[in-house]
Design a protein around this ligand. Sequence first.
Ligand SMILES: [Zn+2]
Ligand SMILES: [Zn+2]
Length: 175
Amino acid sequence: MIIQLSDIMSGKDKMKHIEAPIELNQFKLDGMEYEFVKKNPVAFCFTVTGEKRMLVEGKTSLSLLIPCGRCLDDVEIPFDIEISKDLDFNNTDADRIKELDELNYIDGYNLDVDLLIFDEILVHFPLQVLCSEDCKGICKVCGTNLNKESCSCDQSVGDPRMSAIQDIFKNFKEV
Ligand SMILES: [Zn+2]
Ligand SMILES: [Zn+2]
């Protein structure tokens, strides 16, 4: 959803509340796609603080399915997002203009809700997700989820059939 900030700034009210749905279907990062389990609309409050100046506050909660770094089972990770951005559209201050240009969710006077939320998820994205602190992971030899079953493999030898899963592990460690 695109919110036209110019409309709010030229309106007679100094404050405006808008509920904006999140239209992102997945959160995509480094070739991975994470599904939303919960996606509440963003409760925005826009306050005109001066000539071409605006305080943007927003609040939402959502959750994503992110695979456990050891066993790859999906784990629901909640994100409580609180946004507070002071936007200045005045031309007089070159630094301010540069700052605005660097905000990918602002294009002219348009605010892209999905891009803003994407940035916020990115900032809060966990380095490592575990389904539980004592997750036993998966057997590197036969692929058994060791939380659910046990196997009698020799853990010291690798199996080329499992290299794909081991690669997934490596990718997660790099995130
Ligand atoms: Zn796990
Ligand atoms: Zn095994």
